[in-house]
Design a protein around this ligand. Structure first.
Ligand SMILES: Nc1ncnc2c1ncn2[C@@H]1O[C@H](COP(=O)(O)OP(=O)(O)O)[C@@H](O)[C@H]1O
Ligand SMILES: [Mg+2]
Length: 163
């Protein structure tokens, strides 16, 4: 895993370059092992950039060995252990009126919750301040760039550990 460090004022950005689907899963797995609930992770990036693949790694890192799939029909998928619950949200198809019914705040405030949101920009106004943002992009050579950006203290600690 190749990593470089950018330092901007007040933020901590961390960039990973992933060469394969499996490597993206490993990044997710490593990340999951550092996550303490309640946590909110926001994933941004075009279709096919690797968001769901990263969530599969996160699920694996939390001890789930089944395949995490995109929650196409019900927007949210839950994976429960006795200590933590992974909420995998995909808001690509959400209508703005539907966001109210989803009860996002309940997911975000679940003391056992690890919330990972694909297309988090669709819920911008709802997102908590302390969130970890991950921007995924497909590079010209097909590699994936994952840029981590931490919100407040809790997320900054995670970024710091991942360096
Ligand atoms: N480095 C990589 N990381 C993640 N996916 C990759 C990578 N290289 C190629 N891929 C392919 O890109 C696709 C990513 O799909 P997916 O994770 O569902 O994206 P998204 O959820 O962002 O739409 C998969 O078909 C995967 O095999
Ligand atoms: Mg997806």
């Amino acid at each position: 895993m190749h990593s470089t460090r950018n330092q901007g004022p007040g933020t901590k950005n961390q960039i990973f370059i992933s060469k394969s689907e499996e490597q993206t899963r490993r990044i997710g797995k490593a990340l999951a092992q550092q996550l303490k609930p309640p946590s909110v992770l926001c994933l941004y990036g075009p279709m096919g950039s690797g968001k769901t693949t990263l969530v599969q790694g996160i699920a694996r890192g939390m001890g789930f060995h089944g395949r995490a799939v995109s929650p196409t029909f019900n927007l949210v998928r839950e994976y429960r252990t006795w200590k933590k619950t992974l909420y995998h949200l995909d808001l690509f198809r959400v209508a703005s009126g539907e966001l109210y019914q989803l009860g996002l705040e309940d997911y975000f405030s679940d003391p056992k919750g690890i919330c990972v949101i694909e297309w988090a920009e669709c819920a911008r106004a709802w997102l908590p301040q302390d969130r970890l943002e991950i921007y995924l992009a497909v590079q010209q050579n097909g590699l994936r760039k994952l840029k981590f950006r931490a919100g407040r203290i809790h997320s900054k600690k995670i970024c710091a550990i991942l360096i």
